[in-house]
Each structure stands twice: as C-alpha cells, then as structure tokens.
Design a protein around this ligand. Structure first.
Ligand code: CTP
Ligand code: 5RP
Length: 409
C-alpha cells in the first residue's frame, strides 16, 4: 500500500525570540514576578548601515520574509513585563516602519524620528516619554532598556538581569570578552601601545538605566558626545556619576554589521525556529503509529512534536491554520496526514500543488512525503527514519523550491 504524508511548516510569523527554545517566558514568565515597576525599551534603528554596503539599511533587511527589526521588536514585545517599545527610525523610513508594525502585528511599538548619530537617535527616543499626564504622551518608565535594533538575539534572562541591576545601580550593561587585542596607533601608523586584553571587555547591548539618570546624562552631554560618542554607559558615568553594573552576556548578542552577519543571523533563526513540529494525522491506526514513530525519530534530532490532530485541519489549510500557528508562537509546524494521493493520478498531484501554492499565500509551506506502508517492521522503521530525516530537513531549510513537491521516504 502506498501512503502519502504531506507536511506544512509556517514561516516565522510569530517567532518570539528567534533564539529561545523556551516559549514559556513569552507569557507571564519569571520576569512578571520580578519586575513590578514600569519598563520601556528604546531600539535605535535610525542608521544607514554603511558597513553593510546594501541599499536597504540592515535593520530592514529581511530574513525568512521578515525584517530584522521585527525579530528584535518581538524579542521584547513578547515579554509581559515590558511596556512601550520606542523604535527610532530615520524620517524617510517612517512609513516603512509603520507598515512593518502593521504587517507583523506589533502592539507595543511607538515610532519616533532619529538623528544624525546614534546618540542623537537615542536621545530622541528618550524624549518620546514624558513626565506629563497628557494622554497623548507615553508616561516615563522607571527603567529604560536601550538595545540596538540590529541585535535580534536577546533572551529574557539577560533582560531581567539588566533591568533589575539598572533599578538597583542606576545603570547596567552587557559585556563580552574581547576577541582581539585592542591597540593604540601613532599618527604615522605604528604601534603606540597595546592594552592587556584580559583587563578589558567589549561593551554590548542591552543596557539598562533608571530613566531619570540617562535622560539627565543626555541633557548634559556635549555636542562632541552627541556626534562622536558610542557609549551610553559612559554618559551616565561622566554626567551623573553613575557606575554601571556590568553583566556578561552570551555570544549571540553580537551586532549585525556586515553582510556575512545576515547569513549568520538567518542560520541562527532557522535553527531555533525549527525545534518543534505538529503532526496532523487521520485517526487510522497506521497513521497514529506513524505519528508516534515520527515523534520518537524527531526527538533524537532535537525536535519536539507538540501535537497530533485530525486531518480535517489539514484539509482546511487556510487562515485558520495560519492563526493556529500564530498561537503556537515560534513553533514550526509539521502537519502530516494519511490522506492518500495516488501518484499515478496527475490530477491529485496537481490538486496538491495547487493547495500548496494557495496556502503559501497564508505563509504555510506545504510539502508532500510519500511513504510505503509495509507490515515488515524493519522496512517500515527504515522508511519512518527517512521520513523523519526529510521532515527535519524541510523544516530547517524552509526551501521554497520544494513547496508542493512529493518526496519519497
Ligand atoms: N544615526 C543613527 C545611527 C545608528 N543608529 C542605530 O544604532 C544601532 C547601532 O549602530 P550601527 O550598528 O553602527 O548601525 P549603522 O549606523 O546603521 O551602521 P554603520 O555604522 O555601518 O553605518 C543600529 O540599530 C542603528 O540603526 C541610529 O538609530 N541612528
Ligand atoms: O556597542 C555599543 C555600545 O557600546 C553600541 O552598539 C555602539 O555604541 C554602536 O556604535 P556604532 O554605531 O559606532 O557601532
């Protein structure tokens, strides 16, 4: 008997943090209890990405059909203890940003215009908050987190540490060990001196501040600071005497700066989005058994099956499925069904391809995998293992060229 499996995976419309494997923090996770004061975020996104060398500023470059900045916003927005997310963009990108907010259903974002330097953009972001009770303005938070829009990989545990340290100490920032030694050069291009690498750290983002401290620091700082400064923590120290608490963060905090960083970001997003799947199968015994075997096989490859449901859902691969995939947050879905397609009948294949192309509009990627049903357990297990391999590859690679194709396990 020939049975066919169709699988569908939704693109990351609601990826949560593209890094996290723990979706629990997206609701009332540990942060809700620990943070009982208002926290807001400023994402400076007003740069032009000169070092990236692309016509589109890097924060708007798309990875798996979603702009980089949307991943970063989502990493904050999903946390219930985070309030407003102020996104600072160049004036000419205002409408583009509003479209992104609409398309990706961001709910906490307020868009403001940037300045000619990062510091000026951050200051504009700070001014989006107000002491006044005027409803049209966003009330100032107790703590404000500043985070580059081009650092999409930030996890709740680090954000919590940064936020709580900022509340206690006035300022806090993420650091990483230096990769290369920092040296000073002479005007003639010779070595002047080198710094002892072990004593220094790279300053990364996120950084957190008591709002009043960082706002005051920006009000007091010089034009030189505004134009050439690169360190918010320095402003808090120099103008408010606040020594930031430094917290070591993970290597994934790095800032997307060069073209190669986009490829690296895509690889991380794919890998971390593709850790779970949902099987949709008929109630028939073989189909349920197949789902069970697939579940075990995927588990050995680090993937989790999060549900088995009825083929009706598969047969209604429409906005309903699209919506249910959103509910599942960053879970990538694999839908399998025992619904038969006779490969000899081209009309069925054509129907399948047409369905795949229709649901693609709803951001569901539908692939078909055929598996020979046999009672010889050794053969069946081998096919099931191949099915798992193909499934994992389809979900991880999200290769649009394979959409609507029938593969053989
Ligand atoms: N006038 C500016 C300059 C930078 N940024 C933002 O600050 C963050 C970190 O800056 P960087 O990585 O240097 O971005 P760009 O300035 O765009 O890059 P480049 O230096 O290569 O031009 C980015 O999210 C960038 O959009 C900003 O809001 N306003
Ligand atoms: O790393 C940082 C903090 O220390 C910031 O990301 C940095 O200030 C951005 O600066 P630049 O725009 O010059 O890359």
């Amino acid at each position: 008997m020939l049975e066919e499996i169709a699988s569908a995976s939704a693109r990351p419309l609601d990826p949560g943090s593209p890094l996290t494997r723990d979706t629990e923090c997206s609701g009332d996770g540990p942060g809700r209890a620990a943070v009982d004061f208002p926290v807001a975020v400023i994402l400076p996104a007003g740069g032009s990405g000169e070092r990236m060398g692309l016509p589109t500023p890097k924060q708007f470059c798309t990875i798996l059909n979603r702009p980089l900045i949307s991943y970063t916003i989502q990493a904050f927005e999903r946390l219930s203890w985070i309030g407003t997310v102020v996104v600072v963009v160049a004036k000419e990108n205002h409408d583009l940003m509003l479209n992104i907010v609409r398309e990706f259903h961001h709910t906490k974002v307020k868009v403001v215009h940037g300045g000619t330097s990062r510091h000026r953009s951050v200051f504009n972001g700070l001014q989006a908050f107000s002491n006044s009770t005027d409803d049209s303005l966003t009330p100032k938070p107790k703590v404000v987190i500043i985070h580059d829009a081009v650092r999409p990989f930030v996890e709740e545990d680090l954000l919590l540490k940064i936020t709580l340290a900022a509340k206690e100490e006035g300022a806090s920032g993420a650091i990483r060990p230096l990769v290369s030694t920092v040296i000073a050069t002479t005007l003639e291009g010779y070595l002047d001196h080198s710094l002892e690498r072990a004593k220094y750290r790279a300053s990364e983002m996120p950084q957190g501040f008591l709002y009043d401290i960082i706002f005051q620091a920006y009000q007091l700082c010089s034009e030189y600071d505004f134009d050439f400064g690169t360190e918010c923590l320095h402003l808090a120290l120099q103008y408010c005497g606040t020594n930031a608490k430094l917290i070591e963060g993970p290597p994934t905090l790095w800032k997307v700066t060069y073209k190669r960083d986009l490829a690296a970001a895509e690889a991380i997003i794919k890998e971390n989005l593709s850790t779970s799947a949902c099987v949709i199968t008929e109630a028939a015994a073989e189909a349920v058994e197949l789902a069970g075997t697939l579940q075990k096989n995927l588990a050995t490859q680090g993937m989790v099956l999060v549900g088995v449901s009825s083929p009706e859902l598969f047969l209604r691969l429409d906005m309903h499925l699209f919506e249910s995939s959103r509910e599942m947050k960053e879970k990538v879905k694999l839908n399998t069904t025992k619904r038969s397609f006779d490969t000899q009948k081209t009309d069925e294949i054509t129907t399948f391809m047409r369905l795949a192309s229709e649901v693609k509009q709803a951001n569901v990627q539908l692939y078909g995998i055929q598996i020979d049903h046999t009672k010889v357990s050794e053969l069946w297990e081998r096919s099931a293992a191949r099915l798992a391999d193909i499934t994992v590859a389809l979900i991880r690679d999200r290769n649009p060229a394979l959409i609507g194709q029938l593969l053989q396990a």
